[in-house]
Write a protein that binds this ligand. Structure first.
Ligand SMILES: O=C(O)c1ccc(O)c(O)c1
Ligand SMILES: [Mg+2]
Length: 634
């Protein structure tokens, strides 16, 4: 697949954009007119720079409001077009995008459009230019790709073809199957963009909310599958108008963009294999190879089987040790060679890492996922341009394959074991060794509850939120769930759950308002690790007896709870007494509580009853409000 990207996707000057595209590995770019008009570079310089960077200049765009106009306006439009054709000769470009008229269209006549597009194609032919006609979703008379293509067919000129843009097609819910019937020689260009499903006017949706493939909700693999089956072989080019990307770091956005195309390529191949009429997978892949566009695939990963561990970094570990001990975690000793401690409760493993002096206050630093093959998962992530994390290990220690997530959380790919144990824990010493944390052995008479890491909640800087969704989707095989918006005193927090189909791994990505850096985000919107236990009330009682500081839930909450659920009075009193939160839906019940925060981390204990699959979303605003209050009280 030939990869491309429109300069409008990125921040910076044209020069910076081109450089970032080359670094990210794109084959070519679309030059957006604004970027050229505002550039100090002469067209010849741009041409030379692109050649030197190894980028092809695939599309000049957009040329607006050409068709469906009166004759005198049409004459002016042709003159305007000819000026652009001459400019394109200087740039060494041969394809221009002409979008359907939205503003000056006054005559609704297909025969007039055929005549006017025909005359444009004739002029383009004289200049060696190809015109790719695109139906904008909000075009006045032409808003449907099949309509645009019928006009192209009727003109029947070698210099006129169609531009297919996934946004204009999928935002309007047009059927994509008819793409297959289009003569591939007449598809002059293909643009791809994803988007969240929003109910708003389509122009605003398109201009501000497009995202890279895999970051939204459009069925892009299917769209691309039809394009491939049509026999198209030209560039597949990202055209993403997005307010966040346009002000984010250009090189980073270009890499995010490239990741989305690599992923889309794989997903398209999968879609083609899955819809092949020829029985077995082997012959399905064979049938995909019948199409002229070659689609690269990636090392395969299946969803992770569970969390292997969570790691919290802290310079001063006293508070963390105290908190974990109070929750009922056992100290499992220090590492043989590193300055790290292991704390466990059942199969929930927490590492306290004291090595990272750069983190002055406790913060979530790393997560371990159990995968089938760490080697394959790591190869896949690296092909998806995930940065590798290297940690020093001694010869006899387990080597973890690590990658860095967009918010810089380190993700370690661990070899899962069927019984839920982890071989690396043998590298940790005895619980009673000197220097190891809290002396709480007297509390061991309380049987250690069965526990697992239930979910981890990470605060995301606003400029990396969509990138994070694509990262966990493409590299870690997590599924994005419909996002929620949680009111907090500091603003609306967008909450995106990414999880495996069985819920064994659940990540909650929270997009906090306003703050810039992750460290700032974390101050107000803290992050947490949640552990699931079998008996939350018993866990809470033991924790209280050990002196745990619970997040204090307001009395109003319990009145509201009673109004909504009509709870048994004794049960309601227990919830209130222990600062427990409660939720119930058709699938089951959810009990949970939160600890006070140390640094930017707090812990949550949960109990899932029945098949409850959520996170107590109705309780999230209460937590945010209480935490906000505790941060801003001083
Ligand atoms: O929003 C627009 O005007 C616009 C312009 C050119 C395109 O290719 C497009 O998809 C949208
Ligand atoms: Mg477009």
């Amino acid at each position: 697949m030939r990869t491309g990207i429109a300069t409008v996707c990125l921040s910076g000057t044209l020069k910076e954009k081109m450089q970032a595209c080359a670094i990210a590995g794109f084959d070519g770019i679309e030059i957006f007119e604004q970027d050229l008009v505002t550039s100090p570079l002469a067209p010849e310089d741009i041409r030379r720079m692109a050649a030197d960077l190894g980028l092809t200049l695939d599309l000049y765009q957009p040329f607006r409001d050409f068709d469906s106009v009166s004759e005198d306006l049409f004459a002016a439009n042709l003159r305007r077009a000819e000026a652009k054709f001459k400019l394109m000769a200087r740039l060494g470009m041969d394809t221009i995008l002409v979008c359907s008229n939205v503003a000056t269209a006054s005559i609704d006549s297909d025969s007039l459009r055929v005549e006017q597009l025909g005359r444009l194609a004739g002029l383009a032919g004289e200049h060696g230019v190809r015109v790719a006609y695109e139906a904008l979703a909000w075009g006045k008379y032409v808003s449907d790709y099949e309509h645009a293509h019928r006009l192209v067919e009727a003109v029947d000129h070698p210099n006129l073809g169609t531009c297919l843009d996934s946004f204009h097609i999928l935002s309007r819910d047009w059927d994509t199957a008819p793409i297959e019937a289009i003569n591939p020689g007449k598809i002059f260009f293909v643009q791809v963009a994803d988007a969240p499903k929003l109910s708003m006017d389509v122009l605003s949706w398109s201009r501000h909310y497009r995202v890279f493939p895999g970051e939204g909700q459009f069925e892009l693999a299917k769209f691309m599958g039809h394009v491939v089956r049509a026999g198209y072989t030209g560039p597949v080019s990202l055209e993403v108008f997005n307010d966040v990307f346009r002000q984010s770091d250009v090189e980073r956005t270009a890499v995010d963009a490239m990741r989305s195309l690599i992923w889309l390529e794989e997903q398209s191949a999968k879609w083609l294999d899955g819809t092949s009429t020829e029985g077995t997978a082997g012959s399905a892949a064979g049938s995909r190879r019948r199409y002229p566009m070659e689609l690269a695939t990636l090392p395969k990963v299946s969803e992770p089987a569970g969390f292997n561990f969570a790691e919290v970094k802290a310079e001063d570990t006293v508070q963390l040790e105290k908190l974990l001990g109070q929750l009922g975690f056992e100290f499992n000793g220090r590492h043989r060679t590193k300055d790290v401690q292991l704390w466990t409760m059942g199969q929930a493993r927490v590492i306290i890492n004291e090595q990272a002096a750069s983190h002055s206050e406790p913060a979530i630093a790393a997560l371990g996922f159990d995968v089938d093959s760490p080697l394959i998962a790591s190869a896949r992530a690296q092909q998806l341009k995930a940065p590798v994390v290297v940690r020093k290990v001694q010869a006899d220690e387990e080597v973890f394959q690590g990658i860095s997530a967009p918010d810089s959380t380190e993700i370690f790919l661990c070899q899962g074991s069927p019984d839920g144990t982890a071989a690396w824990t043998a590298e940790f010493g005895q619980p009673d060794e000197s220097g190891g944390g809290l002396q709480h052995s007297s509390l061991r008479d309380v049987a250690t509850p069965h526990a697992v890491i239930d979910h981890v909640n990470l605060a995301q800087p606003w400029q990396h939120f969509d990138e994070a969704v694509l990262f966990y989707t493409s590299a870690m095989a997590l599924e994005p769930q419909p996002f929620a918006e949680v009111p907090s005193p500091g603003g609306l927090v967008r909450s995106q759950v990414m999880q495996t189909s069985d819920g064994a791994v659940r990540l909650v990505l929270n997009l906090a308002p306003v703050q810039q850096a992750r460290s700032e985000v974390r101050k107000t919107y803290q992050e947490h690790i949640a552990f699931a236990v079998d008996d939350l009330v018993a866990t809470a009682r033991s924790a209280r007896d050990r002196g745990l500081e619970f997040l204090q839930i307001p009395a109003n909450y319990y009145e509201d709870l009673d109004a909504r659920f009509d709870l048994e009075p004794g049960f309601l009193a227990t919830l209130k007494e222990l600062n427990l939160l409660y939720d119930r839906d058709a699938n089951g019940e959810f009990l949970h509580f939160y600890t006070a925060t140390v640094g930017s981390v707090f812990f949550e204990m949960v109990e899932r009853r029945g098949n409850y699959d959520g996170y107590g979303a109705p309780n999230a605003p209460v937590r945010h409000a209480v935490q906000y209050d505790s941060v801003h009280r001083f």
